[in-house]
Design a protein around this ligand. Structure first.
Ligand code: AGP
Length: 605
């Protein structure tokens, strides 16, 4: 949560530092600010609002200096006010910091400092640390020593970057359970809470580990362990993400652009070497018990994967929401597979840590290189979807679903559950899917847009599906809620008659995910539910496949996809629902890429 950036250069960096937090805005957008050392004095500007709004008020991009830090905030401790925005200055104005995470013992430290006369401007835990720095410096008169002494007093999770006039050449950075990376340039260096902070300026990165701190200069950096002071040698990662991929291109929103990236994203997922996919399948085969885990969208991807494993490999692996994972007992011999776009989600990290401590094997499918989850598991598959900027996950979720399809297929082959012919046929279907995605995006977006426009006023939705289309409905309902702020409830179509049917009336709209006709059992069950809604005067919208006259006859409006394999059909419907949510939100004038109250990576519990 929240974005951190810092730059040490020999030239003026005002514009670059501003750009870097603009590139991080998806991580938090309640308020933002920058602090720079200008002619020996700390200049701090911050305010509430999105980056451009604050810039209009504070002229962040006009700030002068060659060393500085910046932050974009998603409030946790302390409401959204100018005082609570970062960076935070110490009360004598000698130190300034940006911070992500939570200092859990801040209350007692704050009380102690207040009793010694420190005056606080904000309600944040962050301001406590910056004042501890002031206190330590009075004792040690040495920045590095003071930084370490202040760190000894705090508990919790944090990444912090500090700037002080006492050392105009360096930034002091530390990481504990909250991501922090270095970017290495020519005659300049960068620090950021994720790669997007500096991807525009350099592709060479170092991922910091917990308990490491850095003194970062423009031509030098030294990484040491906080506990022992020991120097740590780190490998430099070359980031192959294309900068253009993180730009909006000609699209009005990242969400739409990222939906249109999907053919390419699936192509990338197909390029993941088979050895990696079968390596993961082998872990499932060897495990005594296995669990699929994620939270929010990735929980729904785990749910969809449950169906893939059961139909393609005759194996049932329960899907659990990361935040509820502690309900299961895991032990040596078990496997826990996590799904995470950011690789930094607190709930998922915590659940993985629990699994590791219990002796289970861990694996993950992750999008962000160098992220905590990608580094902590026994085996990782990097999905290679490129930066996903919109807070609402679309292309990353689709790619994860596709990768899980590949893993289940591989497991089915290994277990001889699928004949070679069936396996080959499924492989061909997967290879054809990128083209299919392109085709449906080109052909269907107009239809989806019209339906979304005519129904955007609808405040209550039921999203319904059977079998694998049930978690697709759940995921799609989450998309709808996130981006339109309208109520959408996902549930199994067969569940409806057990209670929710009482709500049905013309104003309540039901969106059905209708299987292919050849999926006869699922199709019949879905049709029964559609008719139940229709008979009671409800409005029925269908996402279905061409040639399904029976379903079409029940629908008030429908999107009709071309015929495709049963394997890929749920994924195609997922894409249509993403688009539906996008266009409904567009019509409602929502803040599509940055929906209210949300942030891209949820690194707090
Ligand atoms: C998806 O649209 C949401 N923004 C959210 O549910 C997200 O999927 C969840 O927070 C998990 O994030 P992760 O994939 O980065 O772990």
């Amino acid at each position: 949560m929240c974005g951190i950036s810092g730059i040490v250069h020999s030239e003026n960096i005002g514009r670059n530092l501003f750009n870097s937090i603009r590139n991080l805005e998806y991580r938090g957008y309640d308020s933002c600010g920058m602090a720079m050392l200008s002619e020996g004095e700390l200049d701090l500007r911050k305010n509430i609002g999105g980056i451009d709004e604050v810039n209009a008020l504070e002229q962040l991009d006009k700030m002068q200096g060659s060393i500085g830090i910046a932050h974009t905030r998603w409030a946790t401790h302390g409401s959204v006010t100018q005082e609570n925005a970062h960076p935070h200055l110490s009360y004598k104005r000698e130190f300034v910091i940006v911070h992500n995470g939570i200092i859990s013992n801040y209350q007692e430290l704050r009380e102690r400092l207040m009793s010694q006369g420190v005056v606080f401007e904000s309600l944040t835990d962050t301001e406590v640390f910056v004042n501890l720095l002031e206190e330590s410096y009075a004792e040690h008169s040495d920045l590095e020593k003071s930084f370490l002494a202040a760190l000894q007093q705090i508990e919790g999770s944090y990444s912090i970057v500090m700037l002080s006039a006492h050392d105009p050449e360096h930034l002091y950075c530390v990481k504990k359970e909250s991501p922090l990376l270095l970017g290495l340039g020519e005659g300049c260096n960068y620090v950021g809470s994720d790669l997007n902070a500096f991807l525009e300026y350099t592709r060479q990165a170092i991922v910091l580990d917990d308990g490491e701190y850095v003194v970062l200069g423009r031509d030098d950096y030294q990484i040491r362990k906080v506990e022992t002071g020991e120097i740590v040698k780190k490998s430099i990662l070359h980031i192959d993400w294309d900068v253009e991929t993180s730009k909006k291109g000609g699209y009005s929103h990242y969400m739409l652009k990222e939906i249109f990236d999907e053919p390419q994203t699936v192509r990338q997922a197909l390029k993941i070497p088979t050895e990696q996919i079968s390596g993961l399948a082998e872990m499932f085969r060897e495990a005594s018990r296995a669990y699929l885990m994620g939270v929010g969208t990735t929980f729904y991807v785990a749910n969809i994967s449950q169906y893939f494993f059961s139909t393609l490999a005759d194996r049932y692996y329960p899907a659990l929401s990361s935040d509820e994972f502690s309900v299961v007992t895991v032990e040596s011999g078990d496997l826990v597979l996590a799904l995470s776009q950011s690789g930094e989600t607190y709930d998922t990290k915590t659940a993985l840590q629990y699994a590791k401590t219990s002796g289970a094997k861990t694996a993950a499918v992750v999008n962000v290189m160098g992220s905590a989850i990608s580094m902590m598991v026994d085996q990782v598959i990097m999905q290679g979807s490129g930066p996903e900027i919109c807070v609402v996950s679309t292309k990353a979720a689709l790619a994860q679903t596709f990768i899980m399809l590949r893993v289940a297929l591989e497991l089915g082959r290994m277990r001889d559950y699928l004949t070679q012919d069936v396996y080959q046929k499924h492989q061909q279907d997967l290879e054809l899917f990128p083209e299919m995605v392109q085709q449906i995006l080109n052909e269907q977006s107009g239809f989806v847009r019209n339906i979304a426009r005519s129904t955007s006023h609808v405040e209550h939705w039921l999203f319904l599906g059977c079998g694998v289309y049930y978690p697709v409905a759940m995921e799609s309902a989450l998309k709808m809620k996130e981006v339109t702020y309208q109520h959408a409830e996902g549930m199994p179509a067969g569940f409806l008659k057990h209670g929710t049917l009482s709500m049905v009336e013309p104003a309540l709209h039901s969106l059905f995910f209708v299987p292919l006709k050849e999926q006869k059992v699922l199709h019949d069950r879905t049709l029964i539910a559609m008719e139940q809604v229709k008979t009671r005067g409800g409005t029925v919208i269908g996402i279905m496949f061409q040639g399904d006259e029976r379903a079409l006859a029940v629908c008030d409006q429908a999107v009709q996809l071309p015929q495709m394999s049963a394997l890929c059909a749920p994924l195609a419907q997922m894409i249509m629902a993403q688009m539906f949510a996008y266009y409904a939100a567009l019509d409602l004038g929502r803040n599509i890429d940055k929906p209210r109250n949300l942030a891209k990576s949820v690194t707090v519990g």
